[in-house]
Design a protein around this ligand. Structure first.
Ligand SMILES: C[S@@+](CC[C@H](N)C(=O)[O-])C[C@H]1O[C@@H](n2cnc3c(N)ncnc32)[C@H](O)[C@@H]1O
Length: 194
């Protein structure tokens, strides 16, 4: 069923997890074994279903586009995971300010230019020892490239560079960048001594 959904998403130009990224996501989900997951960017429910298939977690997932939310609901239903999903429609920037629970695992896969703005809120939403998994952080190789960045992509690239810089220099986070897929950053929130 997931393969069919992946085909549908690719045929309809809906960006979903690349294979390598999916494998790393599964590895981390198995390792962390989260009870609660927050996802920014549901799309059609592909990555959400993958995370639920490999854990017993409850997933809260945020998506802006109503059409995607309806398709994602069908995905969660047909994969028998709907009872572990809380779908929220809205702009993640506003939604994350108002969430009143904490999460063991956050999958950040929404608008790339916003990651740096989301970071302070996501840190607050992450439990101590929790994992923040951010996709597309190297954005087609442009983030680490010394070459000229086309004007249309510049804000995203500059903001992703700020994001990487912020997570790598934050004493509350232990971060690692993976050169797979479109680039993944995994940050673990360190438990600070009282
Ligand atoms: C890369 S796709 C997510 C793919 C999905 N996680 C997967 O792998 O199956 C990014 C999604 O973020 C949604 N999105 C874009 N801007 C958003 C915003 N401001 N708030 C919430 N969702 C947003 C898009 O509509 C799109 O569905």
């Amino acid at each position: 069923m997931l393969e069919e959904l992946e085909r549908y998403a690719r045929q309809n130009y809906i960006p979903v997890l690349l294979n390598e990224t999916k494998n790393l996501l599964i590895e981390k989900i198995k390792e962390v074994n989260p009870k609660t997951i927050l996802e920014i960017g549901t799309a059609v429910g592909y990555s959400g279903t993958v995370m639920l298939k490999y854990s017993n977690a409850i997933l809260t997932t945020i998506e802006l586009e109503e059409q995607n939310i309806a398709i994602a609901k069908q995905t969660f239903e047909s994969n028998n995971v709907i009872d572990r999903v809380n779908q929220i429609q809205g702009d993640a920037k506003e939604v994350i300010k108002n969430l009143n629970q904490k999460f063991d695992f956050i999958f950040l896969d929404g608008p790339k230019g916003q990651y740096i703005n989301y970071l302070p809120y996501l840190k607050k939403l992450l439990n101590d020892g929790g994992t923040l998994f951010a996709d597309n952080v190297l954005y087609k190789g442009m983030v680490e490239s010394a070459e000229f960045i086309p004007h249309k992509k510049r804000t995203i690239v500059v903001n992703l560079r700020k994001y990487i810089n912020a997570i790598c220099n934050d004493f509350e986070l232990e971060s690692k960048i993976y050169h797979i897929g479109d680039g993944v950053a995994i940050s673990k929130k360190i438990k600070l001594k009282e």
